[in-house]
Design a protein around this ligand. Structure first.
Ligand SMILES: Nc1nc2c(ncn2[C@@H]2O[C@H](COP(=O)(O)OP(=O)(O)O)[C@@H](O)[C@H]2O)c(=O)[nH]1
Ligand SMILES: Nc1ncnc2c1ncn2[C@@H]1O[C@H](COP(=O)(O)OP(=O)(O)O)[C@@H](O)[C@H]1O
Length: 210
């Protein structure tokens, strides 16, 4: 549930963008962070084939290139990008509805998409998830065993480029100890909810008149 006091009308949800290298732990972290929370997780469209265990409609909307291009034209994407030979895009509609209802929204997207979101709205909160080292990132990718060696190398090369862009983000969360990283995500979410501009003049008036 979104936290509300009697004085605070339902506020607009937070738009939180999580970005980080392939294999850094975004999905693992997000699932632990959002457990028991009423947060809208934006399910992306992708042309990447599903990995073992991935659930269509929950992890991704898996589509072919033709359908992806149609989607860009019809549904409209908030942002889209190409990553390691596949297309990825964020459907626009569901996000606005969730934000307007007061639900926080989480996007898990790569750097180019995060920069597009930053360009299109100043309400986005950008969080970069950082690995402790490239050797640990390699270990995690190899341990996950979802990509072949050539794909792993391609993703590690992209990771180096993405890590060097971390200063374009509002926050950097180190995902070394998973429990600590989850706590950091909760701390960012709570701090952003407490920003003074999120308390409306009406709510202030409600307090002083009470
Ligand atoms: N721009 C953009 N990137 C996305 C979207 N969905 C997923 N991604 C990113 O695309 C990259 C590759 O995702 P994926 O193939 O699932 O690999 P993973 O990062 O190893 O899980 C990751 O950085 C994702 O965060 C999207 O809708 N838009
Ligand atoms: N803090 C961590 N320490 C060690 N391994 C981790 C940590 N976070 C995630 N992992 C593991 O790393 C691999 C990649 O995690 P995943 O969530 O799939 O990353 P991403 O979604 O960023 O590609 C998984 O096998 C996951 O269990």
């Amino acid at each position: 549930m979104t936290e509300e006091t009697p004085h605070q009308p339902r506020r607009r949800g937070l738009l939180i963008v999580m970005t980080g290298a392939s294999g850094v732990g975004k999905g693992t972290l997000r699932e632990l962070w959002l457990a028991e929370q009423d947060v809208f997780y934006s399910v992306s469209w992708t042309t990447r084939p599903p990995r073992k265990g991935e659930r269509p409609g929950q992890d991704y909307h898996f589509v072919d290139a033709t359908r992806f291009l149609e989607g860009m034209g019809q549904e409209g994407f908030l942002e889209h990008a190409e990553f390691a030979g596949n297309h990825y895009g964020t459907p626009r509609g569901p996000i606005e509805a969730a934000l307007a209802s007061g639900q926080d929204v989480v996007l898990e997207i790569e750097v180019k998409g995060a920069m597009q979101v930053r360009q299109s709205t100043d309400e986005a909160i950008l969080v970069f998830i950082m690995p402790p080292s490239m050797s640990e990132l390699r270990r995690r990718l190899e341990g996950r065993a979802t990509e072949n060696p050539e794909q792993i190398e391609r993703r590690l090369t992209r990771a180096r480029e993405e890590i060097l862009e971390a200063h374009a983000f509002d926050y950097v969360v180190m995902n070394e100890d998973l429990t600590r990283a989850v706590a950091d995500m909760h701390a960012i979410q709570r701090a952003e909810r407490s920003r003074s501009e999120r308390l409306s003049p009406e709510a202030l008036g409600g307090i002083v008149d009470s």
